[in-house]
Design a protein around this ligand. Structure first.
Ligand SMILES: [Zn+2]
Ligand SMILES: [Zn+2]
Length: 268
């Protein structure tokens, strides 16, 4: 673990959608005993700001995609960012953890952004694995086309593994959930925080070593849990991608209960 750099950042989780009609067994490969108990999923985008940088992690999905896939959108991800004082039209850097529909569906909201992605993810979502409907299901062709358009217009940076995108902020190739999912590590006042994204959907996936069932490579997903833990300063410094507990575990930003501050210690 490197020592903390001088710079630290504010880190926000912004909830924009929910999926309430969901049950325990849908979130774990090893079904728990109470497999039909309700186990809802939340949808977030994340923002990092400070030291002259504003970085958004993932772009969410549109109202149309949510309707098509049965997820209830509370407000667009673009509106969620505006509520936090971030204008998506002016954001310069967007990290795409991976190209799944609920993460890459909002690229047009960021017309000035450079998109940061792993080569393994671009290769995966445009390669032979997409011949398999099971693996293709979480992807939308329009999002992949949007990413290719960004690539062909010098608006994409493509990485092979670890990369620093702002002082102290690094991307880390994890894999497992998809061919090239990446997580972000951020220095904060409370230590190293890792925005895991879908490398662990819930805290229970990583803590119980019980993976989420949407997966390309279970072995890499389990190895990814180890990588994420090694990058973070503690279990509470690992932030999962879809866990409703995020909203109740951290302090709301300016009283807005849909946006919480991950750079501050957990509450309660
Ligand atoms: Zn995903
Ligand atoms: Zn997801």
């Amino acid at each position: 673990m490197p020592s903390m750099p001088e710079v630290t950042y504010e880190v926000l989780a912004l909830r924009y959608a929910v999926f309430t009609d969901r049950y325990h067994h849908q979130n774990f490969i090893l079904p728990p005993d109470d497999h039909m108990s309700p186990d809802p999923m939340d949808f977030y985008i994340f923002a990092i700001r400070g030291n002259g940088h504003t970085i958004v992690m993932d772009t969410g999905f549109t109202l149309e995609s949510g309707l098509r896939r049965g997820r209830e959108i509370l407000r667009t991800p673009a509106q969620a960012l505006l509520d936090a004082g971030i204008d998506p039209a002016e954001v310069k850097d967007v990290v795409l953890t991976h190209m799944h529909w609920d993460h890459a569906g909002g690229m047009p909201w960021f017309p000035k952004a450079t998109f940061h992605i792993q080569a393994a993810e671009m290769g995966y979502c445009t390669g032979g694995c997409m011949c398999e409907p099971f693996l293709r299901r979480p992807y939308d062709l329009g999002d992949v086309q949007e990413a290719l358009a960004a690539l062909y217009s010098d608006r994409m940076k493509v990485y092979d593994g670890t990369a620093e995108i702002a002082p102290g902020i690094t991307l880390h190739l994890i894999g497992g959930h998809s061919g090239g999912i990446q997580s972000i590590r951020v220095p904060t006042k409370r230590g190293w925080v890792v925005l895991a994204g879908d490398a662990t959907h819930y805290w229970r996936n990583i803590r119980l070593r019980n993976p989420f069932p949407v997966v390309y490579d279970v072995g890499r997903m389990l190895k990814g849990f180890e990588i994420i833990n090694s990058l973070a300063d503690g279990p509470d410094h690992v932030i999962p991608g879809h866990d409703p507990l995020i909203l109740t575990s951290f302090k709301p930003l300016n009283g807005n209960k849909e946006i919480v501050q991950l750079d501050l210690p957990p509450i309660g």
